[in-house]
Design a protein around this ligand. Structure first.
Ligand SMILES: [Zn+2]
Length: 196
């Protein structure tokens, strides 16, 4: 493994030479990431890993267990699903996208969601993550030397339904307008007309 070096304005970069001869470039322009070298046998016991909930993509989402957790929370559902001990891997973009797909208002207290709505949300989260991975794969990010960019960067295309689309017409109900609000310091995008 090459030593991390700084590149450009504030970008961290790591290059990993994998066993199959390919090289993985990690460029962290926003400096959210962290690299640590640990023995494989100890990986699952790292505090950061041990506290994570089941992975929505590989483990599936247990809607009943999720509802039991949400039922205790007064926080808005958008803020609740960003908790990585609840649903690891659901980031800010996926949270907005999933709630839009599930037609649920992101401002609703988490505990007001019915069992049916949590089930719908669980399905929407899986679909949204799957869509994002497929979109990046189609763009060549799973092979070759393509880069995954942040959608906030002006040059990056925006493949999302509502994220980053404030002022646009709602792609579902066609009558509402996508709005941007801030919840717990993070941007949320949704359609007030069809997200109930
Ligand atoms: Zn709408």
């Amino acid at each position: 493994m090459a030593a991390p070096r700084r590149e450009g304005a504030g970008a961290a970069r790591v290059e990993l030479d994998l066993d199959d001869g390919t090289r993985l470039h990690y460029v962290d322009r926003r400096m959210f990431g962290r690299f640590r070298v640990v023995p494989g046998a100890r990986f699952d016991r790292l505090p950061e890993i041990a506290t994570l909930g089941p992975d929505p993509l590989t483990d599936g989402i247990d809607a009943a267990a999720l509802r039991a957790r949400l039922a205790r929370l007064k926080t808005p559902i958008k803020v609740a699903i960003l908790d990585q001990s609840l649903l690891p891997g659901v980031g800010n973009i996926q949270a907005s996208e999933s709630l839009f797909r599930a037609a649920i208002d992101p401002r609703r207290p988490a505990r007001t969601l019915s069992a049916h709505e949590v089930k719908r949300l669980a399905g929407a989260i899986s679909k949204s993550i799957q869509f994002t991975l497929e979109t990046f794969a189609a763009a060549g990010a799973d092979g070759g030397d393509a880069d995954i960019g942040y959608v906030e960067e002006r040059t990056a295309p925006n493949p999302f339904l509502v994220y980053g689309r404030a002022g646009a017409r709602c792609p579902r109900c066609k009558s509402g307008t996508i709005v941007r609000i801030v919840q717990a310091g993070r941007a949320t995008f949704f359609c007030p007309s069809c997200q109930k």
